[in-house]
Design a protein around this ligand. Sequence first.
Ligand code: 13P
Ligand code: SF4
Length: 330
Amino acid sequence: MDTLAEVNQKGFVDEYIDPTLDLFAEIERLKKEKNAIILAHYYQEPDIQDIADYIGDSLGLSQEAAKTDASLIVFAGVHFMAETAKILSPGKKVLLPDVKAGCSLADSCPPHLFRKFKEKYPDHLVITYVNCTAELKALSDIVCTSTNAVQIVESLPADQKIIFGPDKNLGAYVAKKTGRDLVLWNGACMVHEIFSQEKITRLRERHPAAKFIAHPECEEVVLQMADYVGSTTGLLKYTINSEAEEFIVATESGIIHQMEKANPGKTFIPAPPNNSCACNDCPYMKRNTLEKLYLCLKNEYPEVTVPEHIIERARVPIERMLDISAKLGL
Ligand code: 13P
Ligand code: SF4
């Protein structure tokens, strides 16, 4: 194995892998040997989705991390998700195939600046989207995901003043759906902000029967055009339940693997970004590869840790979210 310093610089274990090795079989063998579970987000590459024990959106992954009895969690997702798993299962070892799998949205809300922002609104309750650092969660009253954000706001008294962060697009969507006046932090996801209203309009003209579906992290102009807005699980369910044969999908392109598996014969078109790069691939999510996942399971490294005092404080708002979601059957 590389030295610790090298791993830290690269973000992953960079070790030679015999090209004749059947990685799927090796991962299965190591999983049994180590009593490990692989949790993967829908935005991971197809090979990782196919080897995962559980695949889901942010809410489903948190629920799974809270209840697993595995000794080792390999989190095929991004850093804040692995941190959330660690906070919910502090006694377990949580691994992330590449620790540089961060998140532009989490980065858009540095905790020291958010603390100052929060001080300006002392009578407000703080709801934070799960896409943020553990330190930010420790400054929050309730965490939410894109599946339950609307219901969590609605579960609070109508006159409750609320700060919502870090995603201004999800925040604006929730404010509109609930009719509440939320104080928003000005953060966003680089993948969901890139969709082009003009190009989507042109694409819809070419595919008039296609349903246009979008994740609430997209900008309001894009959400206004959508036939359905929902979390990744919500979007997947919509494609299964809809009679339509064609869908234009405005979220990270990884979800299309599950949509195609669940809907043989239906067509899924990734919504076009406002430039010619493949920007609806999240560069952080896509840092994880099957090779890195195998090496991290084999070496039990890199590990994601969270300081004890942050775990204690961040656990409360996450558990509040899980309790509200369980009561609502989400
Ligand atoms: P969900 O998993 O809640 O759909 O959120 C999408 C996302 O951007 C995760 O990084
Ligand atoms: Fe973060 Fe956006 Fe990537 Fe999700 S898709 S991990 S919110 S940068």
